[in-house]
Ligand binder design. Sequence first.
Ligand code: DBV
Length: 257
Amino acid sequence: MSLSNEKFLLQFSLPGWSWNDFLKEAIAKLSVFDLKESFIPLEFLNKSSITGSKSRPIKVKTSTWACTTNKIKLGRSACIDAGTFASVLNLVIIPRNNYDLPFFGADLVTLPSGHLLALDLQPALIHDQLHTKNVWEKLIPLKEKWQSFFPPGGPIPPDAQSFFSPGFLWTRLPLGKESDRLIKEKFFLAFQDYLTLYMMLLKDSLEVSIERSEEILSGQKRYMEYRSAKDPARSMLKRFYGEEWTEKYISEILFKL
Ligand code: DBV
């Protein structure tokens, strides 16, 4: 792991609850490849603000980290630390489009209302056997193994369904010691399983034809447009940092191909 990675991780060690161990695990796994950190403009690298009320101000920080490898176009994390108000790790890995690979997506969110945990390998080309079969065969057993420990997260909007895989692991948990234990003892292992599978798929993938890679690219664009249009963090980010910064962050950093 390079020095600036470590510096970043130190900046994100929070007191109390944090998703830091998950991010560290992901970076450690990615570091097996020829990882190169990507440049993030200063205004998005570490953004601070104050939210809450005058009598109870809450410090908010959003940190962004990104990398590439020979098969990954963009791996990026967005971490929000607003103390008890919010703790978020959103991680997306976008493979290069000359490989027939899904996205890796994790959305780990702690709010005063509870934890919301989403983990998936998501297709760029929906309903395309060549793109999905090999992945789903390996992913569905992981979903079956891990979802049994967690209550289902509830329905996802119909327009979003096609962006998820049948291996979507998704739950909502109340705050408290029992959930903390479940997250540390079970969800962390599920996260490692999903990541390990993704690393294996990356390692084994072979380059596809130019025609195929163009098809994959247009699927990736559709996916990014959807994620950027429907980012569930939009209203929170706007509250923290205002509209202009938020829209730029979403379209130019979080979901840009
Ligand atoms: N979600 C993001 C990014 C975030 C982020 C970039 C930078 O995609 C955080 C931060 N997700 C985030 C927050 C919330 C959610 C919710 C803060 C809570 C919003 C709130 O309640 O105010 C999966 N994330 C959610 C929800 C889902 C997901 C289904 C609930 C939405 C709701 O209840 O309205 N993650 C989300 C998703 C994909 C994924 C749609 C893939 C397509 O990976």
